[in-house]
Design a protein around this ligand. Structure first.
Ligand code: SF4
Length: 253
């Protein structure tokens, strides 16, 4: 049996997929996006939060977590909801994640992922989950490395794998002023989406959370995004949206 670490479980979530959901946040992420608003999701081990004066991060066995999720089965079936696995990067604890998800055959399972995982792990995820939320942050690999700490090659390969599968998916683009909301980046992402075999069911544009840096000091961590500009470039975003007239676009403020 595999154990894993979570840093939060959000009950009755209404913005993390269809219906009413339980969102499970797995601890640990191999990326270091400068704008990340979940500093407690970066490290794989529990951390002390000096504002709350407690340790954040709890170990669960797959059995324990599955049992907890199943407590909400009635809510899921009444609302056509389910469980959303997020992070951190949930695929970074793939053994624990898959073992837990496989114990939930009758629950709708959504994976919210950066797409950064080996092709083998990603392909296996596609056999287990019902819906994927897949991030595209930066199309240019040099900028991707600069702002997230990793290359986007694996991510774009996994996006191809996803679009060739029959699984429904949303693409999610974080709109970070002067970084991801530039005309060059949004044009390049539009091109990537346009070339996919099967299009996503929806594109989610996620606005930057200006309070993102606030939590870092409580974990003795530094928020490294030195961005004076908090305003997303509306012209670039509207230009992007205009390219996808036949696709649902959700702009989350
Ligand atoms: S992929 Fe998500 S959790 Fe990981 S660093 Fe980036 S924003 Fe944070």
């Amino acid at each position: 049996m595999n154990n894993g670490y979570l840093f939060d479980i959000k009950e009755f979530a209404t913005n993390d997929g269809p219906g009413i959901r339980l969102t499970v946040f797995l601890k640990g992420c191999p990326l270091r996006c400068l704008w990340c608003h979940n500093p407690e999701g970066l490290s794989f081990i529990p951390q002390f939060n000096n504002m709350m004066n407690r340790i954040v991060g709890k170990e669960y066995s797959s059995e324990q977590l599955a049992r907890h999720i199943l407590n909400f089965e009635d809510v899921f079936s009444l609302s056509q909801g389910g469980v959303t696995f997020s992070g951190g990067e949930a695929l970074a604890q793939s053994d624990f994640l898959f073992e837990t998800a496989l114990k939930l055959p009758n629950v709708h399972k959504l994976l919210d992922t950066s797409g950064f995982a080996s092709n083998k792990i990603f392909e296996k995820a596609l056999t287990i989950f019902d819906l994927i939320f897949f991030d595209i942050k930066l199309a240019d690999d040099v900028l991707h490395k600069k702002y997230t700490g990793v290359s986007n090659k694996l991510i774009l390969q996994n996006l191809q794998i996803l679009s060739k599968s029959s699984l429904p998916y949303n693409i999610r683009i974080p709109l970070i002023p002067d970084i991801t909301d530039t005309k060059e980046n949004l044009d390049a992402i539009a091109q990537i989406i346009d070339n996919l075999k099967n299009l996503p069911i929806q594109i989610d544009l996620l606005s930057y959370n200006v309070l993102a840096g606030g939590k870092y000091s409580s974990y003795n961590m530094n928020f490294k995004l030195k961005n004076e500009n908090n305003c997303v470039n509306i012209e670039n975003v509207e230009n992007f949206i205009s390219k996808f007239e036949n696709l649902a676009i959700f702009h989350k403020e």
